[in-house]
Design a protein around this ligand. Structure first.
Ligand code: ADP
Length: 533
């Protein structure tokens, strides 16, 4: 119709063009596997990205082909993040923490054409290389050792590309741009395809408050769920990016925060807990510019929010999401009403999962139908929006994950309060159903982890003749500390009803974790079953 706005497609090359033309002098810093620091500018990044795109084209990559990456967070991975979709292909991030079996399955299922791999991760690829069928393996040189003749050298590939011959993808915004498989805690991993449009809208709408002034260090891996969108957001807004490579221990992270004057970081609670503990060992040691930590991936314990704010003036912004939701779908940014409340009320709010982002809609449902928004009734969260999956790649085992009226069933059990604030109580497979009542394992864990002697705690449901299920806690004491089950029961008693208090406690050296650092409760359930035959 005459008089309307332009038909401007929301595609990833828009981000690359903007970064190149507006932020050419800004820096991208990477800690490499050998711990050396690499620095270059967005101008260098854009040039190399175009060369890589052109080189991939010369290697026969066509629109819609999948090009996989098996890489840590660093500048070459960022180049692949942009070069591949900017030439119309699909960047498929492989999760380096999955088993060789799962990786074989994923590469074959996605029919990846080329894999770009870190030299330090080549031993992992070599475990399953014979079972996959790709036309080229491109190795990013990192160790100084010669790259075997059967592989291409990433730097030589980039050098062979001609930036002036780069042909930018100018197709439909609803074309696939990137791809990630779920980590498959139950069943086979499932493929999630992100379109140019969904990435662009998520980039604009994920509400993490990054601006050109920020210096951002994403700890969350670029090999899972697009590092929560950080690479796209930072590049679009021209923030300085600082990549930690494979060095994710608290000491290395804090060192980078300090030397690079990082202002925003993002990671899962377990990693951020390590950072907090390291800071606490010697609170005056680091001079930090950090003012915000985006934490998500599993529930953020309230004490973590409080400790970062009170002791180090670092604001925690909790985000909730999943691979299927691009991933950020809600954040617990303080509302105007809360700005005038006490700090304690603010911390309580920040420990919830917050409000759905603009363009994201939510509802909850249980056996009785849609749950009321009363902050008390629990139900499964359903969600829809332009960056939420509508199906899995090649329609694999949908398992009733999508409703007939177009909503995605998250598998998360939540309450929603009258303001629309989500509180995740559990994953549906982890919730404890005791005598007809649901007990939130997450609430128990987060309270236990607030005890001065407890480093980590995970609660599972165990079978019980009378109550069907009872909660049972696995607890890791802090180094040099001991604590008894009685003390912990006493500690929980004024915060939980009697029936919610764990039936038993086991003290262990570590909680098994998933590939992305979450508690692996299936392993604990197996352990319990083994020990209680
Ligand atoms: P998977 O581990 O299956 O690949 P994701 O990495 O996509 O899944 O993780 C998604 C799940 O992580 C969510 O369904 C939810 O259970 C959990 N999760 C993510 N963020 C939060 C959060 N802020 N609080 C509680 N749980 C969270």
């Amino acid at each position: 119709m005459k008089g309307l706005m332009m038909d401007y497609q929301l595609t990833i090359p828009t981000i690359l063009r903007r970064a190149e033309t507006l932020f050419g002098k800004k820096e991208i810093v990477s800690r490499m596997p050998d711990k050396s620091i690499h620095r270059y500018t967005y101008r260098d990044f854009a040039l190399r990205t175009k060369k890589l795109a052109n080189a991939l084209h010369q290697l026969g990559v066509k629109q819609g082909d999948r090009v996989a990456t098996l890489s840590w967070n660093h500048y070459q991975h960022l180049e692949a993040y942009f070069a591949i979709p900017c030439m119309g292909a699909i960047v498929h991030t492989l999760n380096i923490r999955l088993s060789p079996d799962d990786l074989t399955y994923i590469v074959n299922h996605a029919e990846d054409k080329i894999i770009i791999v870190d030299q330090v991760l080549l031993p992992l690829l070599e475990k399953f290389k014979s079972k996959i069928n790709v036309s080229n393996i491109i190795v990013i040189p990192q160790t100084g050792e010669k790259i075997a003749d059967e592989y291409l050298n990433y730097e030589e590939v980039v050098a062979s590309g001609d930036a002036s011959e780069f042909v930018s993808f100018e197709g439909d915004e609803n074309t696939a741009a990137s791809m990630c498989y779920t980590s498959g805690t139950t069943g086979r991993p499932k493929g999630v395809l992100y379109s140019h449009r969904s990435i662009m809208l998520h980039t604009l709408g994920c509400g993490v408050g990054i601006s050109e002034q920020d210096i951002v260090l994403p700890i969350v891996p670029m090999f899972h769920a697009s590092a929560w969108g950080f690479p796209f957001v930072c590049t679009f807004f021209g923030a300085t990016q600082v990549f930690p490579g494979p060095h994710l221990d608290a000491e290395n992270l804090l060192d980078l925060y300090e030397t690079e004057n990082v202002t925003i970081t993002g990671g899962v609670p377990t990693v951020m807990l390590n950072v907090l503990n390291k800071l606490d060992e010697n609170p005056k040691r680091y001079k930090l510019s950090l003012n915000q930590a985006l934490i998500g991936g599993s529930a953020v314990p309230r004490f973590l929010v409080k400790a970062f704010d009170e002791r180090y003036q670092i604001k925690v912004l909790q985000g909730w999401g999943m691979t299927e939701t691009s991933p950020v779908a809600s954040t617990a940014a303080l509302t105007s009403q809360l700005l005038n409340s006490s700090k304690e009320d603010q911390y309580t709010y920040q420990a919830k999962q917050g409000l759905p982002l603009p363009l994201v809609e939510i509802r909850g449902r249980n056996e009785d139908g849609f749950i009321p928004w009363d902050g008390a009734t629990m139900g499964e969260l359903e969600i829809r929006g332009p960056w939420i999956s509508s199906s899995y790649y090649r329609d694999m085992e949908p398992e009733g994950k999508f409703t007939s009226d177009g909503w995605f069933k998250t598998g998360d059990i939540v309450t929603i309060n009258e303001e629309g604030c989500i509180e995740i109580k559990d994953r549906s497979k982890d919730v404890v159903k005791s005598g007809g009542e649901w007990i939130s394992s997450v609430a128990l864990e987060n309270t236990l982890m607030g005890h001065s002697t407890v480093l980590e705690a995970a609660v599972i449901a165990v079978p019980d003749e009378k109550w069907m299920e009872r909660p049972y806690a696995y607890v890791v004491p802090k180094e040099g500390k001991t604590v008894s089950a009685e003390e912990l029961k006493e500690f929980l008693s004024d915060k939980f009803a009697k029936f919610q208090i764990p039936e038993g406690f086991a003290f262990v050296e570590a909680i098994p974790k998933t590939s992305v650092g979450k508690f692996l409760k299936s392993a604990l359930r197996e352990k319990y079953a083994q020990e209680h035959k």
